[in-house]
Write a protein that binds this ligand. Sequence first.
Ligand code: CO
Length: 491
Amino acid sequence: MQTFGNQKTLPLEKSYSQKDWQGGYESLTQEYDYWIEDIEGKIPTELQGTLFRNGPGLLDINGQRLHHPFDGDGMISRITFTKGRAHFRNSFVKTEGYLSEQKAGKILYRGVFGTQKPGGWLANIFDFKIKHIANTNVIYWGKKLLALWEAAEPYLLKPETLETLGKEYFNGVLSTGEAFSAHPRIDPNGKLVNFAIKPGLKTTITIFELNTNGEIISKQNHQIPGFCFIHDFVITENYCIFFQNPLEFNPLPFAVGIASAGQCIKVQKNQPTKIIIIPRKDSQKSESEIKTLETNAGFIFHHVNAFEVGNKIIIDSICYESLTDVEPNSDYRETNFEANAPGQLWRFDVNLSEQKVQSQLLDNRSCEFPVIHPHNVGKPYRYLYSAAAHNPIGNAPLQAIWKVDLASEKREVWSAAPRGFVGEPIFIPRANSPQEDDGWVITLVYDAGHHRTDVVILDAQNLQQGAIAKLHLKHHIPYGLHGSFTPETFI
Ligand code: CO
């Protein structure tokens, strides 16, 4: 089976030091609320709105280290831009798990990615109670600020204060503990589309569509054969598309307490990835059945976008040859980047009438956290932005912001190397501009030199000119996961 492998390497100089990178994995325990005063450059006055970010804020509980950052309690950071100024506020999502562990001063739960309660296998055997950490994404939709985590219901927060209000069930459409993924896609026609995975020998995929009032207006279940671990999906006008990577799940080590659920998953390199194409509820296409096509083995966390061209669907994704093993006794901070497979940009050309898939590697650069103009979700598009490695080949921490022009070979890079480490970029379009790349790219950059985080604003049409503004926070923010922007301002 062909894989997403691409083992080209050159003896390039390392762009970072491991110790610098590790600094971004210290907990931030304090909650802040202040106007950002230490600014290099100028915040554009047209930039109005609020950037919300989510990610693990705690990497330890009272000194007891978590085994994997994905197990860290969700912390929301809010950066509000108004009239050329910026305001910062952060708050932990006050989940039941966060509150009880803070009170106890120790780890009380097992984590999906390897954190075990102290006490070895005896303390963990048959303990399936996983902590809801609400740490993966945050969106403002239908006047609701939601902290998302793919294995359970969202947490609702007050956007003005970031106060945790409780769990959100959308007027009872979600049931207690029901999943609602951290990767909704917002169709430019005004619908938010999300999914949920209930894994097992057969997997149930649920697809939700929400209106602009934040109400679930449709919920459909689909059963597909086999085990799935699906973190993200893509939509087009007529379809929802899921990649079922060939994974083997061996639940026994998890059940008996010697490994986490995440550690029991392995890529089967001799099996294909299945592309599952499910017609949307209001699909204009006549065929209503689910189609499944096959492509290379490997693993995908994130897709960039998808769109229809006649009877074809084009899908762009960040693909890995294999998953990095999270060994029970390893330390994630000692990760050997060079030994792991990079995430790389691939294009899949799916011909629905001939039932064929062609796949193509578009670039060698190691990258993650892709983003596009919000008006182009599910539609043809030209530009994407992502976090990326500083060097054009080889695997390394994310230190650069990368712009890819899919209509040409043109690439642009802004790099924070050697001492800066970037997070997910967000593209904010300039209001009423017809040009797809007219706007700003904003990302949080951990600056190891000062052990603090900068909010960096780049001109999306000219990354190379350098930052328009660097807003120095008074503290660092641990490496985050996902976030979003709303033109509404909350202070
Ligand atoms: Co994600």
